[in-house]
Design a protein around this ligand. Structure first.
Ligand code: UD1
Length: 360
């Protein structure tokens, strides 16, 4: 039984659902918790990525962390009791991941975690709590990068549970890269290939505090004066900008293109043709590494250190001076050569499904 809840889970589950077809011993079911429910945060991705319709949708929706996690657990338990799967597979680090994982192990159902072992070592991040807890109760742990394996070993996870398999999100990227090439998004937004920047911002540490958000805007104001800056804004960020009275300032910046969340293919095209990307997302740090586009991560830490080792990603925090110093260096320089992490080759899902078929 495979679980998705939030947007970043969808790129991770898509190649797994496809790979199950080559393992007839496994009968996959798909459960959507409903953590993300807007068409452009969920359904659109199912359509574009060819993910089968979920067998069940728990329809949980938004809430505080405790309410959301608890509601997912309440709704998921009867589903597990009815279907009694051989294993529950969760991906990533969202509230749906830990909620369903906890229900599974309490009912004695084996738990599989895809994207295990990543650590920012920042316990102030809700996702870090979800990662540590999910890994500690999982029976099979699939890692995207070597740092994940080392972290799990250090935490005392038995070696035989840990598998370094590569990155399912990169499977999805490689599979859809050609289709994304024919997206017309650059023409629609009148963006010059290689001559604009992309921004995403949604981490609570950046957007939930007016002072931090304002400091970020100071830096972004300079960037958009220099080259077009495309900003598909997450719903929580939109809400916070309005709440802090910052929406007007953002709207007055002529070089900043504020958009609603956009689909996978258009976004991939936007990333691939950008001069650089500014983000606080986890997944985008990985996608830019494969696309060989410089990424400035607006955080002090990353749970994906391989992206920094490969040279594509730089941690610049939320301080305008640091952001702009790095921006100027990249915008003014030659495009450097970046490496590709081992096993990020488009075959991670196939490896996972093979190991699962043996284990189950
Ligand atoms: C969640 C994940 C985060 C992931 C992000 C990607 C957790 C703890 N966090 O954060 O790791 O990077 O998804 O998007 O699980 N909302 C909508 N429509 C939707 C979904 C959400 O308007 O379809 C709004 C709601 O007002 C909600 C807010 O966005 O309160 C935040 O949604 P939530 O799922 O709680 O967390 P995210 O910030 O999306």
């Amino acid at each position: 039984m495979n679980v998705v809840g939030a947007r970043p889970n969808l790129m991770k589950i898509a190649p797994l659902m496809e790979a199950y077809a080559s393992e007839p011993a496994l009968e996959p079911l798909l459960v959507h918790t409903g953590q993300h429910y807007d068409d452009n945060m969920s359904d659109l991705f199912f359509r574009q990525l060819g993910i089968p319709e979920p067998d069940l949708n728990l329809g949980v929706g938004s809430g505080s962390h405790a309410v959301q996690t608890a509601e997912i657990m309440r709704a998921f338990e009867p589903v597990l009791l009815e279907h009694r799967p051989g294993a529950v597979l969760v991906v990533g680090d969202v509230n749906s991941t830990i909620a369903c994982g906890l229900v599974a192990v309490k009912l004695g159902v084996r738990l599989v975690h895809v994207e295990a072992g990543l650590r920012s070592f920042d316990r102030g991040m809700p996702e870090e709590i979800n990662r540590v807890l999910t890994d500690s109760i999982s029976d099979l742990l699939f890692c995207t990068e070597r740092s994940g394996v080392l972290n799990l070993r250090r935490e005392g996870i038995p070696e035989e549970r840990i598998h370094l398999v590569g990155n399912v999100m990169i499977d999805t990227l490689l599979r859809h890269r050609a289709a994304a090439e024919s997206s017309r998004v650059l023409e629609e937004l009148a963006l010059p290939p290689g001559g604009y920047a992309v921004l995403t911002l949604h981490r609570p540490s950046n957007v939930d505090h007016p002072e931090t958000l304002e400091k970020l805007l100071d830096a972004l104001e300079v960037v958009q004066g220099d080259m077009p800056l495309v900003f598909p804004a997450h719903p929580r960020t939109r809400a916070k900008l309005a709440e802090f009275g910052l929406a007007r300032r953002l709207g007055s910046l002529p070089g900043l293109l504020l958009l609603d969340p956009i689909g996978y293919l258009d976004f991939l095209k936007l990333l691939a043709s950008a001069r650089l990307v500014l983000t606080d997302s986890g997944g985008i740090q990985e996608e830019t590494t494969i696309l060989r586009v410089p990424c400035l991560t607006l955080r002090e830490n990353t749970e994906r250190p391989v992206t920094v080792e490969m040279g594509s990603n730089r941690l610049v925090g939320a301080d305008p001076q640091r952001i702009l110093a790095a921006y100027r260096e990249i915008a003014g320089g030659e495009a450097p050569a970046f490496g590709v992490p081992p096993l990020w080759d488009g075959r991670a899902a196939a490896r996972i499904v093979r190991i699962l078929a043996e284990a189950l």
